[in-house]
Design a protein around this ligand. Sequence first.
Ligand code: F6R
Length: 610
Amino acid sequence: MCGIIGYVGENQAVPVLLGGLKKLEYRGYDSSGIGVLHPEKAQIVLRKSDGKIKNLEKLIAKQPFPKSTIGISHTRWATHGAPNKVNAHPHADGSGHILIVHNGIIENYELLKKDLKKRGHTFKSDTDSEVIAHLIESYYKGDLFAAVKKAIKKLNGAYALGVISSYHPDLLIAARIGSPLIIGCGKNENFIASDAPAILDCTRRVIYLKDGHMATLSKSQIKVFDFNGKVVKPKIDRITYSLDAVAKQGFDHFMMKEMHEQPDVLKKMLASCIKGKQVVLDGWNLSEQQIKNISNITIVACGTAYHAGMVGRYIIEALAGISVNVDVSSEFRYRNPILSKKSIVIAISQSGETADTLAAVREAKQKGAKIVSICNVLGSSLARESDAVLYTHAGPEIGVASTKAYTAQLGMLYLLAIKLAMVKKYISTSEINTLITQLKKVPSLYTKILKTKTSIAKIARTNSHFGCFLFLGRNINYPTAMEGALKLKEISYIPAEGYAAGEMKHGPIALIDEYRAVVCIATESDTYEKMISNIQEIRSRKGKVIAIATEGDKNISKHATHVVYVPKTHKLLTPLLAALPLQLIAYYISVKRGCDVDQPRNLAKSVTVE
Ligand code: F6R
């Protein structure tokens, strides 16, 4: 949520900042701004704009910056204060010499603001962030580092922070608690950024700044400290993915590109984790005895990752016979989860920075549980806070609506469940082998489904005028229905509900008439007949039905208005296959309705506020 990029070096700052902002736009896109230090005068120069970064770009073309070699910039996802030019970052202090960009939420900003106002400070924006600039100003006595250090001690909440000042023309300061920030190490230039894509074409050497750490950057030096000012030796990591991974590569949208990456992501995952008849999970460090001792598993996650977790419950219970609870991360702390040393908590998160999931993990840790995370982003906060990390290696996901990250999470959950099943001996070896054989076929089945996208597009367009959608599924495909509904509402803004099909008669059936479309997951399963009954109930009330069915099912077209076929697979694996047509349906409806597929309104890719 919100993107930060900062630069200090021997080159022009503005092109680096603008280029970086474009790569971070997926993190928030309601307003943006760049601030640099004037190369000759002791002044800061600011340009801000509401809306997307292209608006800022136009403004800069009309009002060019002076040639500066140091600056900070920000793309915003509004929390405090409307998304407009005044509330856009960077924010300056009262003197106009100190400039900050902030990602996160300052929870005690009202108190701080009140106090600062009493001391004569006047504020321009409605943001919580502006207090940081004023607080630094209030402590500034010629040493910017000391002032920032004092100021952040007063802040409660989460932040990634970038600070520059016209008093110190070769100094960029960064600090973080709870919001991601990396430092890019260049040659005669250094960077700060919320995420690696922003600086990838400048450097691949990065420091993942840890919570409670701050850093000073000049063009030739990076120093890292804890919040007490004690020097910390930073670890420099190397980003290995290619620049292509963060480009559209000829696709109209990142979402389409990422849907097409699914066969490859899964193929690579299976190739690296299935060795002969064994499942080897890199990062898994539980002994056989520890697995045998597991009393229960709780899965915590948000949004799409939560739906992956719901599928995970069905798989783990079916294959390993371990009782599984699934919690929305943001609610986990509000009940009294009963956990012990024999409990495993699986946290699922693409970004590894989701504040709610991190909070749930901290709660679970306190209660003695062991934390296993399923995560996509290397070096993320979640990965660092977990006892074991299973990386999905899906590559950067830029489209705000999660696609390849979801199926990769599912893939990892299948592998984990098989691993647990092998140790617990809950199902027979031959059942495990059959499942593994079928799992290995899924990447090529994805390719097969993608080849039918033109006919899926046709069905999607035919139904794109409906003002309300219902998604129904049973058993292991109940979460699939929830995920289908989430995908559609996110990117097309059509109200869509995901329901367990058995629940339809307990309420949602009241919605059904000729103006509703219902997507029914009716793949081959033990509950197939029941799904057919649901479809009949919908059709007899004039509702339109798009059924997702198994290839070879001749019966379904008698009942449904439209049918999308997915190849035959093991019953337990159908969520992996059914996800893809649902993603495609959401995509084509969004495009047809003229929505912004990759950057849907009000959303952000990485939700770093609670
Ligand atoms: C939906 C979507 C979100 C995320 C959720 C959790 O398409 O992307 O619902 O799944 O915000 O994000 P992560 O997985 O980063 O924790």
